[in-house]
Every structure is written in C-alpha cells, then in structure tokens.
Unconditional design. Structure first.
Length: 754
C-alpha cells in the first residue's frame, strides 16, 4: 500500500509541506505507524499536530483498503486465561480500562474518585472450595469477592456475584446489607467460596466474619475472584500459605479452571448489543480539550486528506455549539475519523449516535489539559472502554509535558509499553521568545485618573464601603491598577508598533471589559468612526481593533474572532487560557499577559507565551506586573457570576463569606522567573526594550523582526534549494516503499493460502 507521501505525489504541496520533518514528526511518525502506543511531548509550534495527523491518515487509509491491523502487545493475556497450569493473576482483558494492573498481575489500582473500576482473575473455581486473600494498600474504597463471567465488573451490582466492601457491606444483585465490619489500609481480607453450595465466606486479618447473606447459584459458575476499586490500590494473593480449614488456595484447588472458556460462554449468552448506527464506522478518534482546537485539528486533517488519492479519508467534527443535525448526518453517511471535544463525543457515544467499536487509533491531544479538567480521566477511560475492545486500541498521547500526574496515570491505565518521545523535558522553555515585563504602579503613574476613554473594571470594588476622601487604601490602589493596565496596553501597542498581539486575561469577564475599552479607544482615535467588523468583505482595521476568544463566547463567535484576527481585521486577540493551548496563528509576534497566572500555575505562562516565537520566528512576551495587591473575583459557587450583578456581600473576601481574594502578582512573577530559570527584564520608563533584546530584534528585522524571518528571508531560500535537491530522492523512496509494501502483501497472501 503506498504511503501518504506517495498518495500526494505529483500534486503541489500545501504550505506546511514546505519544510523538512520537524524533530517531533521525525521521531513520532515511524513509531505511530509501527502500531505501538506513543507518548509524545514537544515544543509548541513544532508540528505536533502533523506528527499524529500524517500517520493517522495513512493508518486509516490502509485499514480501509483491507490491511490487517498490527498485532498488539498484551494479546497473550487471553492465552494465560485459558492455561490451567499457569498461576492465577488479575486479567488485563476482563477488566475496566480505568483499572491499572501491575505487570506481576497481583496488584491493581484505580485513581478514579467518581466511578468504580473492576477486574476478574484469569482463573475461576468450578468445583470444590477455594480461598484467596486481598491486602488493602491505601485508604480508598475496595470491594472483593466472587463473580461469574457475565456479571458486571462493578462487583455485586448485578448478575451472579457477591462482594464484601470496606464500609462493612455485603453487595449482591445491586443490594447492600450490613455485614462483618469495615476494613481499610493494611487489612487483609480473606475470600472463600464453596462452589458446590454457592456459599461465600469472608475473613478479616484471619478472624472469620461468617457467610455472606446472599448465596450464589452453583449452576451459574464457574466463579472468578473479583475486585472493584474507587481511588484505591489492592494486592491479591491467589496462593496464600495457610488457607482456612476446608479451603485450598485458589492456585492449589483441584476445581480451578482457565477462564477463557467461561468468558466466551458468557458472551454467547449475553443479549445482543444495541443496533449500531448506519454508515461507515470511524477507525480513529481524536479528542481535544477545547472546541477551537478540535476545529483546528479537523481542518488540518481535512486539508491533508484532500490531497490523498481517492477514496481519501472523511473527517467529522463533534463539538458543542455546532449544529447537531450536521454531525448526525455526517456520522450516518459514514466517516473515517472523528475529532471532537470530550464531553460532546462522550454524549454522542452514550446516545448511540456514534459507533466506536471499530476504533483502532485513539489520540488524546493536549492530554495534560484534557485529563486535568474535572471528570476528564473518568470520561476518557470510559470512552476508551467503548473503543474496539479497549485493550486492542492503539493509544497516542500528545501533551505539552509528559511529567503531569494525570498523563502518567492515563498512560498506566490505557497504554501497553508505550514509546516515549519527549523533546521538551521537565524544564522546557520555549525558544525564540524574549521575556520582558512592565511594572504597573498606580502610586507613581497617575494616568489611570484620566476620564476618557473610560476603563470599565470588573466591579470587585464597586460595592465596598467608600474610602474617606484622600485615603489610599489597598482597595483604592487595586481599582487604580485595573484602570492603569489597559491604558498601559495602548502605550505598549503604540511604542512597539504592534500589528498583531494576543492578550491573555484571567477571566471571561476581564476579556469582555478589555474588549469594551479597546473598542472605545478605537472610536476615540477615529473621532467616533472607528469600529471592528468581523463579518463582511474587507473589514476596516480599527487602531485598537479587538476580538475575544474565550470559553463564554459561542462557537460561531469564536470562529469569527479568530478569522478576523488572522485576516488582520483586528490587531488584538483577547483570550483566556482557552487560547493558551494549540492556538496557531502564523508569525504571531506579540503576547501580553494582562494578569500573570497564580504562583502555583507557572506552567500556564509557558503555554501562553508559546503562542509566539513559533516555527523559527522570534516573539516578544510582555507581562504587566502590578506593584500592589489586586482584589479579584474568585467565585466559590459553580455557575454563580456575582460580577454581573454584585452585592456588597459578594465583593467581600472569600474567608469573610464573599467571592473575592487578594492576588499578588509579585509572587506570580517570582514563580515565572523560577520556571524560566532567568529574570524577566523590565522595560524602560519610556517602554523601550532592554538594549540587548532591542539589538536582537533589530538584527532580525531583515526577516521581519518579531514574528518575521519566515517570508522571503535567506533561510527560506536556502530551504527551498535544499528541498529541490532532495525532491528526486524522496520521490524514489516513495516509489520503493510502495513496491516493497506491495511485495510484502503479495507474499503474505501467497503464504496464507499455502
């Protein structure tokens, strides 16, 4: 089967092909095509999307053409289940995807705090009496016992199963009865079963607790040692040295059998699955943390697929806010790849709108952000369990960092011996970005007192008791900072002649207020005629034209805002941290942090400034750092928005029952500098750059200065010459690859018939 490179041979390449593979692409593409699980992290702007998009398209195209999937590591687990002579262990096949099983097979862990995750052993008890032990490793919730092959993995909630939980409850058929006594970290729970009578007995630290109130049906066996966990870890011993009288250890029990046959019988007896949606089922699923990233990735895939040989690859986009009828129609017609946000894809799967059973490739883009959101880990593992049998799905985790705890947990739960491609490392700092700050001190700079244009603030001080005339309280200076920063932004835009700048604000409300101010400033600069129009042909460019990319805006509004910014109709793109991940704007030169992230979220600064200085171009990151503490909204009620209609109590501090806190940017600056490993230099009083940074910017002016260096520069010409030299060799390699693969599959077909 010819490669994706060969499929586009003879056609003019799109702009992103006018370069050699980036380091992340060179490392990740062969590994993904090899069929194994891959964890990849690299600097933003270095082609991470292409690193998974290109091999994804080739893998899907080959699968559609009938090429068999690569064998998956771990397929031998089913063989161990059916081996009567092998020691029992927890099955990595008969388990919830959210339950991690250690390589030894005797230890399991789940860090889901919301959902139970369960597993059964590889072997079961058909006749006689057997016993095993479970040692609780921490303070999470555990349940242990026995279950038939067709019972739910959440032990005791249905089917033929009985479990004993750490809260002192016996569970069977979804009912819970007081039994024994509670157990926890360090306790050893013994689990015995008489397969002839169906009686299950339990012990705690060697002391008998008696028979469970529910008796199992002997004819429904054999019964497997089973466990389910919620934010817990447990160790299982199927060969304890001293089982109670009348019981043998499971591994020594004459009536122990391999579990594969029992599981097959349970599957055959199970009711048929619900009807699958009509149309071609997708083979690849890409999850993104935001609508904007999902739309951007879907656009890249569609652009690449359009250049492939027929029949190509069809991509569907599933995001909230988009017309649901369009998505349902696309899925009904048949698609090859689904790109979407986690919530929307999960809802579609739950509603039966999408069939995930054919998924071969499961991609988590910006995985650290995706998994960090509330409920993200549970939702991802649940979706993975719906995909192609879970364990047989190839996983690709693309993340800003591989060091995030959520990524590490997801890798342990979902992946099988993944290959690591880490071109960032723990202390990565974006290259090509100069970092400076402007100190904002309203005590020294009184321009915040100007009346026009008015600076709307967030209202955190609006209903506080009025200060005495002439007083200079912390709230007085806090309000002054809120009025000074937007005026300072205008002065920076003029001093540095900013033609395009992304401005990061802390909240959606802050974005709205800054947009109002910049529009008013544009109107004032144009004598009342200035405005930003994001629709229509050739929109006028206002002096301080601004658009907003934030979670509170609708998908259509965000699309229009990004289009206006990319076209140059707006100079400022105001964003929350929604825009700090994956936002791709060519040659974006400037980034301004109106407010730094909190001191414990310094990594967010790295994501923000990664929007500039991309693909070999230089960028400038400017942080407006307040010299005085600032009172900011910090709402403790989900969905409550006191800034829209604040009451006096709302504006009080959190520890006084309100929804505001004091925010000290000097602490945030210290954390950012520690993360960068270097000081953030201060601009001169006239906002001039430090001399060495100014000299570096001037040296790059021939290529466009900040944001330049890519169009028409000497480097580009050198690259074009080099690519022209390599073109014949690349074409020959593509031809040789196609011939080699054709030969391989011809031989495979020939020997398969022998």
């Amino acid at each position: 089967m010819a490669s994706a490179a060969a499929a586009v041979a003879g056609r003019p390449p799109p702009p992103f092909f006018l370069s050699l593979p980036t380091p992340i692409q060179a490392e990740a593409v062969p590994l993904i095509l090899g069929g194994g699980d891959v964890l990849a992290a690299a600097e933003t702007g270095t082609g991470k999307t292409g690193a998974f998009a290109l091999p994804l398209l080739q893998a899907v195209a080959e699968a559609r053409a009938g090429v068999a999937a690569a064998p998956r590591t771990g397929a031998g687990d089913a063989d161990r289940d059916d081996d009567d002579t092998a020691p029992a262990r927890l099955s990595t096949v008969d388990r919830d995807p959210g339950l991690a099983v250690a390589p030894c097979g005797h230890r399991a862990q789940s860090r889901s705090a919301r959902a139970w995750r369960g597993a059964r052993a590889t072997h079961a008890l058909a006749t006689g009496a057997a016993y095993y032990e479970a040692t609780v490793a921490d303070d999470g919730l555990c349940r242990v016992g026995w279950a038939a092959a067709g019972a739910p993995l959440e032990l005791g909630t249905g089917g033929d199963a009985v479990g004993f939980g750490g809260t002192g409850k016996a569970a069977a058929g979804g009912s819970f009865a007081n039994f024994g006594e509670p157990y926890g970290a360090g306790d050893v729970v013994g689990c015995g079963l008489d397969a002839g009578t169906g009686e299950a007995r339990f012990w705690k630290n060697g002391a008998p607790l008696g028979a469970a109130p529910t008796t199992l049906d002997p004819s429904a066996g054999p019964y497997f040692p089973s466990t389910c966990l919620k934010n817990a870890e447990i160790a299982l011993d199927f060969a304890p040295a001293a089982p109670p009288a009348g019981f043998a250890s499971l591994d020594a029990a004459p009536g122990r059998v391999g579990g594969a046959a029992a599981r097959a019988a349970a599957r055959a007896a199970a009711p048929p699955p619900p009807a699958k949606p009509a149309g071609r089922a997708p083979l690849a699923l890409v999850l993104e943390p935001t609508k904007d990233l999902a739309e951007q990735t879907a656009g890249v895939l569609a652009s690449l697929a359009a250049r492939m040989a027929p029949p190509g690859v069809v991509t569907a986009l599933l995001v909230g806010g988009a017309p649901p009828a369009e998505a349902r129609a696309a899925l009904a017609a048949g698609v090859d790849v689904v790109v979407g946000t986690l919530g929307r894809v999960a809802a579609a799967a739950e509603a039966g709108e999408i069939d995930l059973t054919s998924i071969r490739l499961f991609v988590l883009d910006e995985a650290d952000r995706l998994l960090a959101d509330a409920g993200g880990e549970d939702a991802v593992t649940t979706l993975h369990g719906r995909c192609g049998g879970g364990a047989g799905v190839q996983i690709v985790l693309v993340s800003a960092t591989l060091d995030a705890p959520s990524v590490d947990r997801a890798a342990s739960l979902l992946c099988s011996h993944p290959a690591h491609v880490d071109l960032r490392g723990r202390g990565f700092v974006p290259t090509g970005v100069d970092h400076v700050r402007a100190d904002v001190d309203p005590r020294a700079d009184r321009s915040w007192m100007q009346a026009a244009p008015e600076v709307p603030t967030d209202g955190a001080h609006a209903l506080l008791p009025p200060a005495a005339p002439g007083s200079e309280t912390p709230d007085h200076w806090s309000e002054a900072v809120k009025k000074l920063k937007p005026r300072l932004l205008l002065r920076l835009a003029d001093a540095l002649a900013m033609d395009a700048c992304v401005v990061f604000c802390r909240t959606n409300h802050d974005c709205d207020q800054l947009e109002r101010f910049l529009r008013a400033a544009s109107d004032a600069a144009a004598g009342g005629a200035g405005s930003v129009q994001v629709e229509g042909d050739a929109p006028p460019v206002a002096k301080y034209g601004a658009v907003v990319l934030a979670g509170a805006r609708s998908l259509d509004e965000r699309r229009a805002a990004l289009a206006a910014f990319r076209s140059g109709a707006a100079r400022f793109l105001i964003a929350t941290d929604v825009g700090a991940r994956g936002l791709d704007v060519d040659s974006l030169p400037y980034c301004v942090n109106m407010t730094l992230p909190p001191a414990d979220e310094a990594e967010s600064y790295i994501h923000r400034v990664g929007r500039v200085g991309r693909a070999g171009r230089r960028g400038l990151a400017i942080s407006l750092v307040s010299a005085v503490p600032e009172r900011v909204w910090y709402c403790t009620k989900k969905g409550y928005k006191p800034w829209l209609a604040p009451g006096a109590r709302d504006a009080a501090l959190v520890d006084e029952g309100g929804h505001t806190v004091w925010f000290d940017e000097r602490a945030s600056l210290a954390a950012v500098q520690a993360r960068l490993g270097a000081p953030v230099r201060c601009l001169a009083p006239d906002l001039a750059l430090p001399p060495d940074i100014a000299a570096a910017a001037a040296a790059g002016a021939a290529g466009g200065g900040y944001g330049g260096g890519g169009d028409g520069g000497a480097g580009d010409e050198e690259l074009r010459v080099r690519l022209a030299q390599l073109a014949p060799a690349v074409a020959e390699l593509a031809s040789l690859e196609a011939r080699a693969q054709d030969s391989f599959f011809a031989l495979q077909r020939r020997w398969s018939k022998a």
